[in-house]
Ligand binder design. Structure first.
Ligand SMILES: Cc1ncc(COP(=O)(O)O)c(C=O)c1O
Length: 442
C-alpha cells in the first residue's frame, strides 16, 4: 500500500481541535507514520518534528522500550479500576514520578490530560483550605496570556481571550496577574529576560490588597509559558511569586504540562529554577504521549492534610475512570526508563547553548521582532501584518511543512520544541528551514 492510499475519503466528520478546519480540509497536512525525529507525510516525505508533536514526544517517536511495554501490557491486563481497587504498576509509576520532582512533593494524582491535571490541581487547592477550616479561601489567580488547557477551570484561570470569550461566564472568583512579556525592554534576550521580574510578581500584592489574602486559595502560572507564544519568566519572577504566596498562605501551582520531563534540561522547571511550588501539574512527556495521561504532584503537607482532615472514608471526592490506567502506567514507566537510560534531560541541557545560538542566528531576519530561548524551546516573533494579525504565522507553518519541517505557531509567533533526542544536525536542518521560510514571507 503506498502512502497516498492511506488518505481517507472523507474529511468532514472529524471536527478537528484548535484547527482552521475549512482550510485544512481543502489542503490537508496529513502524517501517516513516525520514527525518531521524523514524521512521514501521506505523500511520502520525511517531515522533521520541530515540535515534539505538541510538546509531548520528548523521547522521540516509536521509542522501542515504550512500544514494547505497551504491547506487553495490553496483552497482560487491559484495564483495572483504581476506585477502591488497585494494580501494582500505578503505585510504582506514582513513586517513580514523585522521585523526579522536588523534595517534599511525594504524592501523585493521575489524570488523562493537562486540562484534567489543571482542574484537579485547582480542586485540590480549594479542598485543602476548606478541609483545614479556611473555607473563605476560594479565589483562584491566573495570569494574562496563561494557557491551562480547555476545561472550565483551565480557561477561567487562563488568559487567552479567544479561549474564554465564547464560553459564558466561566468560574467566578478568578483574577489575573499581568503577563510578563515586554518586548520594549527585553527583546532578543538569551534565556530569561533581565527586566521586570520583581515588578511583575509584585502585581500579586495589588490583587491580594484588593481581595484580602484570606479569600485567595491559589495562584497558578506556567513557569515558562508555552502555548501563548513562548514567554520566559523574567529573572527573579518565580522566586518572588513563591515568597509572596508563602507570606500570605496562598498555594502556588506550577503548570508544568510543557516544562515537565526534560524540556528545560532538568526533570522540571521547578528544579531548573530552584523554586518549589505546592502543586505541579503535568501530562504530555509523562508517557511520551504514547498513551494519554497526566499527573498532579502535591506537597506532603497537602496530602497529609487531606488524610488528617477527612470528613468521610473517601478523603477526596475526585477521580477519573482512567486515573492510573494500566496502559498509561506501563507506557509511563518505560518512558521514565528511556529518559534515564538515554540521558535525554542531560542531552537537552548539553544542546541548549547550541540551540540558543541557532535561535539567535535569525536576528535581522525579515519581520523578526523578537527571539526567545530556554532549554530546548524557541519563540520567534514576527511583526503582525497590518489588518491581518496571525497571517504571517500561518504562512510560516504551511511553508515549513512544504519544506519538510513541522513547526507550531501562535498568532505570528513560531514556537519550536523538538524531541529531546535531537542532534546538532537536526537543529541545523530545522533552523535552515525556518530561516528560508522567514525570508520568503513578505
Ligand atoms: C501549560 C499547559 N497546561 C495545560 C495544557 C492542556 O493539556 P491537554 O491538551 O493535554 O489537556 C497544555 C497544553 O498544551 C499546556 O501547555
Amino acid at each position: 500500500m503506498n502512502n497516498q492510499s492511506k488518505m481517507p475519503n472523507d474529511l468532514s466528520s472529524f471536527w478537528m481541535p484548535f484547527t482552521h478546519n475549512r482550510g485544512f480540509k481543502e489542503d490537508p497536512r496529513m502524517v501517516v507514520s513516525a520514527d525518531g525525529m521524523f514524521y512521514k507525510s501521506a505523500d511520502g516525505r520525511d517531515i522533521l518534528d520541530g515540535t515534539a508533536g505538541l510538546w509531548c514526544v520528548n523521547a522521540g517517536h516509536n521509542a522501542p522500550r515504550i512500544v514494547k511495554a505497551v504491547q506487553q501490557q495490553v496483552a497482560e491486563m487491559d484495564y483495572a479500576p483504581n476506585f477502591q481497587f488497585g494494580h501494582p504498576k500505578a503505585f510504582e509509576f506514582a513513586s517513580r514520578v514523585a522521585d523526579l520532582f522536588p523534595e517534599g512533593m511525594d504524592h501523585v494524582f493521575f489524570t488523562n490530560s493537562g486540562s484534567e491535571s489543571v482542574d484537579t490541581a485547582l480542586k485540590i487547592a480549594l479542598h485543602y483550605h476548606r478541609a483545614r477550616g479556611d473555607a473563605a479561601r476560594t479565589r483562584l489567580i491566573g495570569r494574562e496570556r496563561g494557557y491551562h488547557g480547555t476545561g472550565f477551570g483551565g480557561i477561567s484561570v487562563g488568559g487567552i481571550s479567544k479561549n474564554r470569550m465564547h464560553f459564558g461566564s466561566l468560574l467566578t472568583g478568578v483574577d489575573h496577574l499581568p503577563h510578563t512579556h515586554d518586548i520594549a525592554k527585553n527583546a532578543f534576550s538569551r534565556g530569561c529576560p533581565e527586566h521586570g521580574g520583581i515588578e511583575k510578581a509584585n502585581a500579586l500584592l495589588d490583587i491580594i490588597a484588593l481581595h484580602d489574602p484570606s479569600t485567595i486559595a491559589a495562584v497558578i502560572v506556567e513557569p515558562m509559558a508555552g502555548s501563548t507564544g513562548v514567554l520566559m519568566p523574567p529573572k527573579g519572577y518565580l522566586q518572588r511569586l513563591r515568597e509572596i504566596c508563602t507570606q500570605y498562605g496562598i498555594l502556588l501551582i506550577f503548570d508544568e504540562v510543557i516544562t515537565g520531563y526534560g524540556r528545560l534540561g532538568k526533570a522540571s522547571a521547578s528544579e531548573y529554577f530552584g523554586v518549589t511550588p505546592d502543586i505541579i501539574t503535568t501530562a504530555k512527556g509523562l508517557t511520551n504521549a504514547v498513551i494519554p495521561a497526566g499527573a498532579v504532584i502535591v506537597s506532603n503537607e497537602i496530602y497529609q492534610s487531606a488524610m488528617d482532615h477527612a470528613d468521610a472514608a473517601i478523603e477526596l471526592f475526585h477521580g477519573y475512570t482512567y486515573s492510573g490506567h494500566p496502559m498509561a502506567a506501563a507506557a509511563g514507566l518505560a518512558t521514565l526508563d528511556t529518559y534515564a537510560e538515554e540521558g535525554l534531560f542531560e542531552n537537552a541541557a548539553a544542546l541548549s547553548s547550541y540551540w540558543e545560538d541557532a535561535v539567535h542566528s535569525l536576528k535581522g531576519g525579515r519581520n523578526v521582532i523578537d527571539l526567545r530561548n530556554l532549554g530546548l524551546v524557541a519563540g520567534i516573533e514576527l511583526a503582525p501584518r497590518a489588518g491581518a494579525p496571525g497571517s504571517r504565522g500561518m504562512e510560516a507553518m504551511i511553508k515549513a511543512w512544504e519544506k519538510g519541517a513541522m513547526i507550531r505557531v501562535t498568532g505570528d509567533i513560531i514556537a519550536l520544541s523538538p524531541p529531546l533526542i535531537v542532534e546538532k544536525s537536526h537543529i541545523d536542518q530545522l533552523f535552515s528551514v525556518v530561516a528560508e521560510v522567514i525570508a520568503e514571507i513578505e
